[in-house]
Design a protein around this ligand. Structure first.
Ligand code: ATP
Ligand code: MG
Length: 449
């Protein structure tokens, strides 16, 4: 067999991205911040399976929605013929789980989730086939208070992340009866202007005319502007609810604009709908979207459980965080352990474990295909690792019972290196890192060079 026979590389699926270590700190920063914001409002985490029965989404999201019509990864389980789908969103899964485990038995429930979602869309900036959402669902709450709380929770997250260029768009799409009355007038209006409708709009005219209002086609903007507004069809109860949401937002100085064309793409919404939008992301400007879904749970056979939630697109938010700049990425580790010789390697393993016992993050130099390498090449690794300190052990150090501790990020080249007895290395490092100078470390020798 030929030695250099070309091996065909297997690459990732289009629109499904690797999240590389260089981006991991940003993901962690976002996820930790969001998690602590959710927790500060009493939301609890729920994790549901990535694969669900296709019927869950087909029924839950609405058969004539974009997602169900053309974006779902659906397949048949070849083992048993089950019809399955990779979740395109997580509300349906959370609702299924809530019903299955009777989660609202003792009262309303505040939940949050995060994880990958799958939609077969045309990949482009901010639009992928596997993407990540973090979201919240408040189950069993009927009043406008929870809608406002969810929105304020988002606002707090943007503030904590330093994102000050996102705006809130708000609308109410009423209840089924109100939407039906509006729908009839909307169809009649569009029928009068049938020539202005593009193919997509004509296709939707009788199946989902509300979605026509969402069109991005510039040629249809004037037509859509003049269309009957759903807001004008709301009855007293819906209006009161909508005004309730607005009153709380105003009282808490949360700015918003009412966008009468905001309708959302999934069938389960009613009354409050909202989107957080940025102008810095091009066409994919919506970073978070949500609304009320009072009838979804009964549609799945559960008891009446009025609910409200939102989902955030994590990739789009990270994009914004990057452009906001100035993100402090923490050091990857505190200490890089450099060693030369068998006894020094053994000592380094022991030191490394003791450092980790004390809570330090430690990288121990290990052999590559060319071996462990010289001190010089190991020090290069130590520098590149982002560690704050290198701890160096060689034959001389073994003979003297000391390790060299070298500060890698210090400006003070004179004083950045000390010989520290093995038994004091951990205390010494912890004191250096925490800035504690209670100990005088009299047995350590500062080395000048
Ligand atoms: P869009 O109008 O951009 O297609 P959507 O209405 O389909 O969005 P939702 O189902 O409301 O989106 O999902 C909530 C959020 O998830 C969106 O606002 C967006 O930030 C993000 N999102 C949706 N689809 C994708 C995708 N394919 N890739 C990356 N993020 C996405
Ligand atoms: Mg979409």
């Amino acid at each position: 067999m030929s030695e250099n026979k070309k091996i065909e590389k297997i690459i990732a699926i289009k629109g499904m991205n690797d999240i590389l270590p260089s981006d991991a700190p940003l993901w962690e920063l976002f996820e930790n911040t969001a998690q602590s914001v959710f927790k500060s409002y009493g939301f609890q985490q729920i994790r549901t399976p990535i694969v669900e029965q296709t019927a869950l989404f087909a029924r839950g999201l609405g058969a004539v929605t974009d997602v169900v019509e053309k974006e779902m990864y659906s397949f048949e389980d070849s083992m048993n013929g089950d019809k399955l789908t990779l979740r395109p969103e997580n509300t349906a899964g959370v609702v299924r789980a809530a019903i299955e485990h009777n989660l609202t038995y003792e009262g309303p429930k505040r939940l949050w989730y995060t994880g990958p979602m799958f939609r077969h869309e045309k990949p482009q900036r901010g639009r992928y086939r596997q993407f990540y959402q973090m979201g919240a669902e408040a189950l069993g709450f009927a009043g406008p208070d929870i809608d406002a709380e969810l929105i304020m929770m988002c606002q707090r997250l943007w503030d904590d992340l330093g994102l000050n260029n996102v705006r809130l768009e708000l609308n109410s799409i009423g209840d089924a009866v109100e939407r039906n009355n509006h729908r009839a007038d909307l169809i009649a209006y569009f029928e009068q202007h049938i020539d202005t409708l593009d193919a997509e709009a004509q296709r939707r005219l009788h199946s989902n005319p509300l979605r026509i209002l969402d069109t991005k086609n510039p040629a249809m903007q004037a037509l859509v502007e003049g269309a009957p507004k759903l807001l004008d069809y709301l009855g007293e109860e819906s209006l009161k609810h909508f005004e309730g949401v607005q009153a709380i937002l105003r009282h808490n100085s949360i700015p918003f604009t009412i966008n009468t064309r905001l309708v959302r793409g999934l069938d389960y919404y009613n009354r409050t709908v909202f989107e957080w939008v940025s102008d810095e992301l091009g066409a994919q400007g919506t970073i978070c979207a949500g609304g009320r879904y009072d009838t979804l749970i009964t549609m799945f056979g559960g008891k009446p459980t009025p609910s409200c939630g939102f989902a955030m697109g994590i990739e789009r938010i990270l994009d914004l965080m990057k452009s906001a700049g100035d993100i402090q990425v923490p050091n990857q580790c505190d200490v890089y352990l450099v060693h030369q010789g068998e006894a020094a390697q053994m000592q380094s393993f022991v030191l490394g474990e003791r450092m980790r016992d004390a809570g330090l993050d430690v990288v121990l130099h290990c052999a590559s295909i060319t071996g462990v390498g010289s001190f010089k090449s190991q020090m290069k690794r130590a520098d590149a690792s982002g560690a704050a300190y290198a701890v160096i052990v060689g034959d001389d150090e073994i003979a003297q019972g000391n390790a060299i501790v070298k500060a890698l990020r210090s400006d003070d080249a004179e004083n950045n290196q000390a010989a520290v007895p093995f038994e004091s290395v951990v205390d010494y490092l912890v004191d250096q890192i925490t800035g504690n100078d209670d100990h005088d470390h009299e047995n350590c020798t500062h080395l000048h060079h």
